[in-house]
Design a protein around this ligand. Structure first.
Ligand code: URP
Ligand code: ZN
Ligand code: ZN
Length: 458
């Protein structure tokens, strides 16, 4: 064997048990007690939890957006990921007018493949269907290439990224025929534009008005509309960054009727409330959808526990402080997005460690479920035959998050000063140690492109 991890507590989505784990050629070879193997390297994990590497199904790396480019490159974003126990990162390749789906993903892969520090999968965000709707004919090819989920932004009209209902309908129809999962960013653009115009005319420009221009009902309406189309067209649907209580209810109701509808939320919606927009640094929290009120925050936690929400991902899209400062006096100039890829697993495992949720649930939400929903057959659980993406976690190591101890390329974090109970101490990517007690010890290029199978099956 190449590696033996001994005496740890293995956590799966189904439970916790004491066992040893053996790795050969980057794969999990065996799990059991008293394994009859010797290995080139043995790690004593006594007192530690042994977890599958997390799968962050939602990031935006070096993405042109908001008049700049998000602050983490493929290298720094995936480096930060493995230092927080995320071994598979999903990036959104944004298709632009005149570009095909595969062309878009291949252009991004030319940037990412040589430098990634974690394994990387792509969703494609479709922003138009082409002059003759020719993109619809590419769906099957994209699926064969391993890109089996597409995102539709129901907002971002002025950014040229918005999909209207007619396009959404056509995308869902073809996605349904080709086994592709449609992801949506659900907010109502007309309501947002109307509010922004009102606030601009009244000189209301602080970050609090970012929240007021897109409050709970703006998101809830679009969630329900997306579910309506998915049900009508018999398409699978995944709602990204769900942040409002009414949306949770709509998802729960659709699930109860047996529809293949999945939902994701993010740590920022679980930790903070809209009050952050009244803080002096409120602009740093500006993301869309905005962080909502306490009622929604409580509903999201409750939804995790009852299975109404399937995954927790980050929507990692950091911007440097100087860029966030563009909107100091006008919230419409703040690039939308927050960092989080390095905080996802410590935050959710911290919630398990303090008894808010169970460890198996944290593993299902952050690893097993995203791997299953997005067709990553080799990822998401500690099972013989799967990739040896492994995190050793010390429940007793307390950690205070600061931009100084993160590994991202960004110079600010909304998580500054937040304390988590317990922290990852080692991350292995396909059996190779890439993070060790605060230090990144891998090398850029260690990561691989993840070719995915059919999406939308949990
Ligand atoms: O504010 C956000 N969420 N920025 C990233 C793009 C998106 O909407 O997911
Ligand atoms: Zn979004
Ligand atoms: Zn996003």
């Amino acid at each position: 064997m190449d590696l033996l991890i001994k005496n740890g507590t293995i956590v799966s989505g189904g439970g916790e048990y004491c066992a040893d784990l053996a790795v050969k050629n980057g794969k999990i070879a065996a799990i059991g007690t008293a394994l009859p193997f010797t290995a080139k390297e043995t790690v004593d994990a006594a007192g530690l939890y042994v977890l599958p590497g997390a799968v962050d199904a939602h990031t935006h790396l070096q993405m042109p957006f908001g008049g700049t480019v998000s602050a983490d490159s493929y290298e720094t974003g995936t480096r930060a990921a493995v230092c927080g126990g995320v071994t598979t990162v999903f990036d959104y390749a944004i298709q632009r007018k005149g570009k095909g789906i595969l062309e878009t993903v291949e252009e991004r892969r030319a940037l990412s493949d040589p430098v990634i520090c974690a394994d990387l999968a792509y969703h494609c965000a479709i922003t138009n269907l082409g002059e003759k709707s020719e993109l619809l004919d590419e769906f099957k090819k994209a699926a064969d290439y391993g890109v089996t989920s597409f995102k539709c932004f129901m907002v971002y009209r002025k950014e040229g990224m918005m999909i209207d209902d007619g396009m959404l309908m056509r995308i869902m129809e073809r996605a349904g025929e080709t086994g592709i999962l449609t992801n949506v960013h659900a907010e109502n653009p007309d309501a947002i534009d109307a509010r922004i115009a009102e606030f601009a005319a009244a000189g209301k420009k602080t970050p609090w008005y970012h929240y007021l221009s897109r409050p709970e009902f703006v998101e809830a309406e679009a969630v329900k509309r997306a579910i309506h189309w998915a049900r009508a067209l018999d398409a699978k649907l995944y709602i990204v960054h769900l942040a409002c209580a009414e949306g949770v209810e709509a998802v729960a109701c659709a699930k109860a009727h047996g529809y293949p509808i999945f939902a994701e939320t993010c740590p920022q919606y679980l930790e903070f409330t809209r009050d952050v927009y009244k803080r002096e640094d409120g602009r740093n929290f500006v993301c869309s959808p905005p962080i909502k009120g306490e009622e929604s925050r409580a509903a999201l936690w409750e939804a995790l526990a009852r299975g109404a929400i399937d995954t927790v991902a980050t929507d990692h899209c950091p911007f440097k402080q100087a860029e966030k400062d563009w909107g100091k006096d006008d919230f419409t100039k703040i690039p939308n997005g927050c960092p989080g890829v390095e905080n996802l697993y410590p935050y959710m495992l911290g919630a398990a460690n303090s008894g808010k949720i169970s460890f198996p649930l944290a593993v299902r939400l952050c690893a097993e479920n995203p791997a299953k929903i997005f067709g990553c057959a080799e990822k998401g659980s500690l099972t013989p035959g799967k990739d040896a993406d492994i995190v050793l976690y010390d429940r007793h190591k307390d950690f205070t998050i600061s931009v100084k101890n993160m590994h991202s390329g960004c110079d600010q974090t909304i998580w500054e000063g937040i304390k988590v109970k317990g922290y990852p101490v080692k991350t292995f990517l396909r059996g190779n140690l890439v993070y060790d007690n605060g230090e990144y010890v891998g090398k850029p290029g260690d990561g691989r492109y993840v070719k995915r199978g059919e999406s939308g099956i949990l």
